[in-house]
Design a protein. Structure first.
Length: 159
């Protein structure tokens, strides 16, 4: 996908999450998918954490000097952090941090896009471009999970 399309996709990620959450009450936010996995509420808290970490990674990459990017155990975070809290603050973090990163991305030079670091979960250099390819899609993946989790509540009611 070309850079302009990736940037547009990145820009729409928060709206996709909000659309998946539209009208959700606490029961819908806390419905666990039949096949397991995260609830809608857990997805939103994960997105806030992930977005904050991704912003830091982006800034490390743009600053240069081939940084070592540190992975984290998202499941341990979901288990160990208060992912049962209301989602509004987490959504605000997601929106604000994503807006800040988008502004950063839109300001980059061609040379900035090639800056890269090392990430232990990626064999190829972890460039700004590679970063965008990952994070442009991330909220859409979780929006789909949110929709599936909410649908499982309907399935449970109709069973």
């Amino acid at each position: 996908m070309d850079r302009d399309r990736l940037l547009a996709r990145y820009a729409g990620g928060v709206d996709a999450v909000r659309a998946a959450l539209a009208g959700a009450d606490d029961a819908a936010l806390d419905a666990r998918p039949a096949e397991g996995g995260w609830t809608a509420r857990e997805c939103v808290h994960h997105l806030a954490d992930s977005e904050a970490r991704s912003m830091s990674r982006l800034r490390q990459l743009v600053a240069g000097a081939e940084p070592d990017i540190q992975p984290y155990d998202q499941d341990a975070w979901a288990d160990g952090l208060p992912y049962h809290l209301p989602i509004d603050p987490a959504l605000a973090v997601l929106a604000a941090v994503r807006a800040y990163s988008l502004t950063t991305l839109q300001s980059l030079t061609d040379a900035d896009w090639t800056k890269a670091g090392r990430h232990p979960e990626h064999d190829a250099p972890y460039s700004v471009e590679a970063w965008l390819e990952i994070y442009a899609e991330h909220p859409y993946e979780h929006a789909a999970q949110i929709s599936a989790a909410r649908a499982s509540l309907g399935d449970a009611i109709h069973s």
